[in-house]
Design a protein around this ligand. Structure first.
Ligand SMILES: Nc1ncnc2c1ncn2[C@@H]1O[C@H](COP(=O)(O)OP(=O)(O)O)[C@@H](O)[C@H]1O
Ligand SMILES: CC(=O)N[C@@H](CCC(=O)OP(=O)(O)O)C(=O)O
Length: 298
């Protein structure tokens, strides 16, 4: 990350004063930040992210971090020689895979983020969907057209869940205190088994249940890109659905955009997909006029 140029104390004070209207806008409001696995990895960026989250909390906002870790799960499965594949942007998850998913997400990455925030002076608490029965899921199913027969088939994704009920009591309790919830997208199913949940879907369900003011998705691209790889700054729900249908939006961007659509339809204000590889992406988005990324609108 480049060094920040030296600033006079006067200039520093002016910058702080400029943040005041934004601080007032979000005062006591819930902001859900989805921290994608592709946005993680660089220690300096991770530190800047932890600083941003700590600063939000210190200025009276209630940030909730939901994290992913798809690439990190992939690397661990590779190491262990467990094959893994994605269908419709979701990892097909058998029993052995879900154990690794829980270990990597709720065990490894969750605690790394908690520690990073705490190192910056915040007080983070690591949770997953199991804690306080926060998120209960049902088994997810998807249909796909079989390219050989052209017949629509149901794809069995194994232990992949979709939020069925969200009980935000634990999150409210933690957020009310001086604590920052950091949540891994692993949750119990209605059948009592452990399920792997796409982190975007998980973040959307939490933002909806808490009527969050903002839902930010930090990923590794500037936002939703068109066919010529240009950033689409604003996307309506109808346009987003069309871009999924015509294949412009694919892979991991599908669950992200689908979640944005649902969140907007459920009344979450300000749903944005932005590049988490830009230092202080969260502060830039919330505390300056520099609205980056793709804003999804009704
Ligand atoms: N139209 C699109 N615009 C932007 N990214 C897209 C698009 N279609 C597919 N993608 C892919 O989606 C990826 C982001 O989703 P994902 O890999 O799940 O990230 P994360 O780990 O941050 O959730 C991008 O890196 C890109 O490869
Ligand atoms: C069902 C499913 O696909 N779960 C995801 C959970 C992690 C995730 O979503 O991580 P990112 O946000 O980094 O993509 C997975 O196993 O990769």
């Amino acid at each position: 990350m480049p060094e920040t140029p030296e600033m006079t104390p006067q200039a520093q004070a002016e910058i702080l004063a400029k943040a005041l209207p934004y601080m007032l806008r979000y005062d006591e409001q819930t902001v859900v930040v989805k921290y994608g696995g592709h946005a993680m990895g660089d220690p300096e960026l991770a530190r800047a992210f932890a600083e941003d989250i700590t600063l939000l909390k210190t200025s009276g906002i209630h940030p909730i971090v939901v994290h992913g870790g798809g690439p990190q799960i992939g690397r661990m499965l590779d190491k262990l020689g467990i094959k893994s594949e994605f269908r419709a942007g979701l990892r097909v998850t058998d029993k052995a895979t879900v154990e690794i998913v829980e270990m990597v997400l709720a065990g490894g990455i969750n605690k790394e983020i908690v520690q990073a925030i705490n190192r910056e002076g915040g007080r983070a608490v690591g949770l997953c969907g199991k804690d306080g029965n926060m998120v209960i899921v049902r088994k997810a199913t998807r249909t796909m057209i079989d390219p050989d027969s052209n017949i629509e088939r149901i794809v069995d994704l194994g232990f992949v869940g979709e939020p069925d009920t969200v009980n935000p009591a634990v999150l409210r309790m933690v957020s009310k205190e001086d604590l920052i919830p950091v949540v891994a997208p692993v949750a119990p199913g209605l059948d009592g088994e452990t399920y792997n949940v796409n982190a975007d879907t998980f973040a959307g369900a939490i933002a909806g249940a808490l009527s969050a003011k903002r839902l930010l998705f930090l990923t590794d691209v500037d936002g939703v890109l068109d066919r010529d790889k240009r950033l689409i700054k604003e996307l309506t729900v109808a346009e987003a659905k069309r871009l999924i249908d015509d294949g412009t939006i694919s892979g991991g961007m599908i669950p992200k955009v689908e979640t944005c659509i649902e969140a907007v339809e459920r009344g979450v204000e300000g749903v944005v997909i932005l590049n988490g590889k830009v230092p202080h992406a969260v502060l830039l988005e919330l505390f300056t006029e520099h609205g980056a990324g793709t804003l999804i609108t009704p």
